[in-house]
Design a protein around this ligand. Structure first.
Ligand code: G1P
Length: 306
């Protein structure tokens, strides 16, 4: 695949998708099924990410997996026998569903041999980039950021302010310890979005030490300089190489980093407590299942006295 002729030179070609985690919060399902293949209604989370990346205009999905999680890549391959069977039975709708992942974007496998952290996982993707790529996007498949298209907005912000742009949301103060947290100030920005300048970033601070309640939510638009910074960090929170620490290092060295404060919805597919509402949300909007699900939910809520 190639970029469209009229794509600007700074367009995002590669979206990096770290998908090497063990999915411990989803056991026992994740004993044999990678977390990224669990369905949101009928579509694996990783396919929703591929759709978002294709929507952004990216042509390459660098999927970082553990050696034993190659099924994630399998999902993007053709399945000729199944396609032939569906075709011979006239099941065109299902046939399209089977082919869809393969048609969205070109997946590239990057294997992380050991779980050394998100920063380490991202650093491995440098090997698949072309020389002319000066910017990459990272989409964490645990995070669904809706409506689709937030990275497009971040691209616009980068066009005006340069540097790197991250997506942020505000969370209750007592929840900051789960996230990368931003120290922020007003930005010199003139445009339609809520944008702040980042003075520093800290991974999973205690509630007392958190510099704000603006946190990173799984969408990053990073200058290629990030790979150099990733080579220079040491293990941080949880003893892992943290992407947050590399971003903080870039800020220290004068690289401009801004956040776009997301004003839409977000789901956390990384644990059952966030995954279930995501499925309900997508289910309620589904043309086939929505109506019945609404009725069923009302009944369930009643039974639970809610
Ligand atoms: C990762 C990042 C963290 C970010 C979060 C968003 O943490 O390290 O900075 O806020 O994703 O979901 P994880 O959820 O993988 O522990």
């Amino acid at each position: 695949m190639t970029l469209p002729q009229d794509a600007p030179a700074h367009a995002v070609k590669t979206v990096i998708v770290p998908a090497a985690g063990m999915g411990t919060r989803f056991l026992p399902a994740t004993k044999t099924v990678p977390k990224e293949l669990l369905p949101v209604v009928d579509t694996p989370g990783i396919e929703l990410i591929a759709e978002e990346a294709a929507h952004l205009g990216a042509t390459r999905l660098a999927v970082i997996t553990a050696p034993k999680k190659q099924e994630v890549l399998e999902h993007f391959k053709r399945f000729p026998e199944l396609e032939a069977t569906l075709e011979s039975r006239g099941k065109t709708e299902q046939l399209e569903k089977v082919r869809r992942a393969n048609q969205l974007i070109q997946p590239v496998s990057v294997v992380q041999e050991e779980p050394l952290g998100l920063g380490h996982a991202v650093s491995l993707a440098e090997s698949v980039l072309d020389d002319d790529e000066d910017v990459v996007a990272i989409m964490l498949p645990d995070d669904l950021v809706l409506p689709m298209g937030v990275v497009e907005k971040m691209v616009e912000v980068r066009e005006q302010l340069g540097g790197s742009v991250l997506c942020a949301v505000e969370v209750p103060e007592d929840e900051v310890y789960n996230y990368g947290v931003f120290e922020i100030e007003d930005a010199d920005y003139d445009g339609p979005y809520t944008v702040k300048k980042v003075k520093g970033m800290v991974e999973k601070p205690s509630v007392e030490d958190a510099p704000s309640n603006f946190v990173a939510t799984g969408r990053y638009l990073l200058d290629r300089k990030i790979f150099d910074a990733l080579r220079r960090i040491t293990p941080g929170a949880g003893g892992e190489l943290q992407l947050t620490d590399a971003i903080d290092l870039l800020i220290d060295e004068g690289h401009p980093v801004h956040i776009l404060v997301h004003d839409g919805k977000r789901h956390d597919l990384g644990n059952p407590g966030g995954y279930i509402p995501a499925v309900v949300d997508f289910g309620l909007s589904h043309p086939v299942y929505g109506k019945h699900l609404k009725r069923a939910l009302r009944q369930i809520l009643e039974e639970h006295g809610a």
